[in-house]
Design a protein around this ligand. Structure first.
Ligand SMILES: Nc1nc2c(c(=O)[nH]1)N[C@H]1C(S)=C(S)[C@@H](COP(=O)(O)O)O[C@H]1N2
Ligand SMILES: [Mo]
Length: 257
């Protein structure tokens, strides 16, 4: 379970300055180590890659970056965060469940709490937006082999649960579906409660567009794109493993990164 302090800690991106300082520090540490050996240096010199950085050096640097990402950036296994200047436009991929036009005014999120601990609810976007806004800049990865750094804004799914369906965090799964039920995903509760798991209404500082899942989409950086359901119509808390569109077609149910 995530502590109160952890929940309230902002998931915002680190500043660009800090990001650069961290990279510089790890680079310098490695640089000193490499300089220690003249023979090593000679060997490195013979293996420059296209940027003039020795290939073996780069490999160590990249490995070091990955370790840095895990140890410094992530107390609780946070996905690596990037400066907002690294955010890019993401391609549109996958349009199951996006056929109908959906207006923010008429759209409602149908919420079915765990074991009916509280009543079913039909929520407007304005109600959801009242929860604390959370942003992060993270890498979005599709199983097809591409990735994009995106700046997301919305509310934490954990905040949403505690506010609208307290007790539902005891369920084993969260099931999400598009309004027309054409696309659907199942998320294990630990991943749903992860501090970077968001119900998003903003992308790169602008309101989410229709093709990217307006009015509200799931962004879950600990999982592949297939789990990041666009245009949520319903959320259900349950112990039965919810149906999952791509799991039914042979993909791993958890699609964890
Ligand atoms: N409703 C819906 N959500 C979806 C999909 C889809 O087909 N329909 N495709 C998924 C896949 S495979 C990916 S990679 C991402 C792509 O999100 P994007 O279009 O914002 O880049 O959306 C995910 N969510
Ligand atoms: Mo994808």
């Amino acid at each position: 379970m995530i502590s109160k302090a952890e929940r309230e800690k902002p998931a915002n991106e680190i500043s660009e300055k800090e990001f650069k300082a961290r990279s510089r520090r790890s680079f310098l540490t490695l640089g000193l180590g490499a300089a220690g050996s003249y023979l090593g240096w000679r060997w490195l010199r013979t293996r420059m890659d296209e940027d003039g950085i020795p290939a073996s050096f780069r490999r160590v640097f990249e490995f070091n970056q990955a370790v840095t990402a895990r140890t410094l950036f992530s107390d609780k296994h946070l996905a690596p965060r990037f400066p907002s200047s690294a955010a890019q436009l993401i391609r549109m991929n996958g349009d199951y469940g996006l056929d109908d036009d959906v207006e923010v005014e008429t759209w409602r999120l149908q919420l079915t709490p765990y074991l009916n601990l509280s009543a079913q609810q039909s929520l407007r976007l304005a109600q959801i937006r009242q929860l604390p806004k959370t942003e992060h800049v993270t890498q979005f990865k599709c199983v097809e082999g591409w990735s994009t750094v995106v700046h997301w804004g919305g509310v934490r799914l954990s905040d949403f649960i505690w506010h609208f369906a307290p007790g539902s965090e005891k369920a084993r799964y969260v099931g999400l579906m598009t309004p027309d039920e054409e696309y659907y995903v199942g998320i294990d509760m630990p991943s749903a409660l992860h501090p970077q798991t968001l119900l998003c209404y903003e992308m790169n500082g602008a309101p989410l567009t229709g093709e990217h899942g307006a009015p509200l989409r799931l962004v879950i950086p600990v999982k592949y794109g297939i789990k990041n359901l666009k245009r949520i119509g319903s959320i259900t808390y349950t112990d039965q493993r919810p149906d999952d569109y791509w799991a039914e077609r042979g993909y791993d149910y958890y699609a964890a990164l």
